[in-house]
Write a protein that binds this ligand. Structure first.
Ligand SMILES: [Zn+2]
Length: 67
């Protein structure tokens, strides 16, 4: 399952992020991150990035740094 890292816009594999401990369980869903820096940043202010993630899921947001 591919997930958007809502901090840096990188699209990453959820399974890989889980293996590396780079996920964060929130009431609405589990988020995945490219690295601990993004993980920490999101944990500090999740509300700031939630909408972007919802837009991405809905196909309304195209990540700039998509690889
Ligand atoms: Zn990142």
């Amino acid at each position: 399952m591919m997930m958007l890292d809502p901090i840096c816009d990188m699209v990453i594999d959820m399974g890989e992020a889980r293996d590396n401990g780079l996920t964060l369980e929130m009431p609405e869903r589990e988020y995945a991150f490219c690295g601990p820096g993004c993980q920490v940043k999101f944990a500090k202010s999740p509300a700031q990035y939630r909408q972007k993630f919802e837009d991405w899921l809905a196909g309304k947001y195209q990540p700039k740094a998509m690889m």
